[in-house]
Design a protein around this ligand. Sequence first.
Ligand code: IPE
Ligand code: IPE
Ligand code: MG
Ligand code: MG
Length: 253
Amino acid sequence: MRYSVLSGGKRFRPLLLLAAGEYFGASRDRLLPFACAIELIHNYSLIHDDLPSMDDDDFRRGKPSCHKAFGEDIALLAGDSLLTLSFEIMIRAPWPAEQHSCKEKAMQVISRAAGPNGMIEGQFLDISLAPDSLTEDILHRLIRKKTCALIEAAVKAGGILGLAESVQIQALEEYGAGIGSAFQIRDDLLDSQTERKKGAPFRPNYVSFSGVREAERRLHGLVDSSLASLDGAGIRSEELRSLALELKETKKS
Ligand code: IPE
Ligand code: IPE
Ligand code: MG
Ligand code: MG
């Protein structure tokens, strides 16, 4: 568990949760358990995503993936534990009794996004779609579920915990959905610059489907419309703006 979680990673989802929550006035101490929980869920999903029965990836963040370092049995359990621990962390997070409904709502949003109506549906589509069944719509649904769901939930949970108004939460949702899709298209652009392991299973990829130019055009459009959603609701968070704008950088570092 420590090997995977503490091996680097951009911490994009917790940064979003903190940025949204702090913008609306919640303290970092209060938000951190939720930010950490969402990062643990993300890390569990990566450990399982790399397993031989999934994407069969030997490396993650420049190091041997969890199952390469510890075996598949331990990797499965590490993933299971991170997911379970994330809920323990959220439920134990100190929160004022009179705002208990916000904490419950944030946990609902995060659990729904991680589960069978969100990330798991996306992962299911990712491993089960045949190359000739792909359409633009199916690919967008896949991206919305596989990657957007958790990113959108991070931003939205931040707003909920910060007691944002419903129009602001709606705008955060739109922003999250836009940058969530942009994030996966960017990941596909970066993946397309890397050679895949020989014999690796087919996985839908926006760049293979639409080409680099269209993927870049789409990515830029999504980032711009996400920023427009924030502007429309008068949300002037420099952090949320820069987290979105950084997605336009698509050269491998
Ligand atoms: C990779 O996520 C998997 C996707 C959902 C695209 P990240 O790019 O956030 O991975 P880390 O945490 O920074 O390594
Ligand atoms: C991973 O997507 C998405 C989840 C783990 C939910 P990918 O399989 O496209 O991401 P990488 O390229 O392995 O990081
Ligand atoms: Mg995958
Ligand atoms: Mg993968």
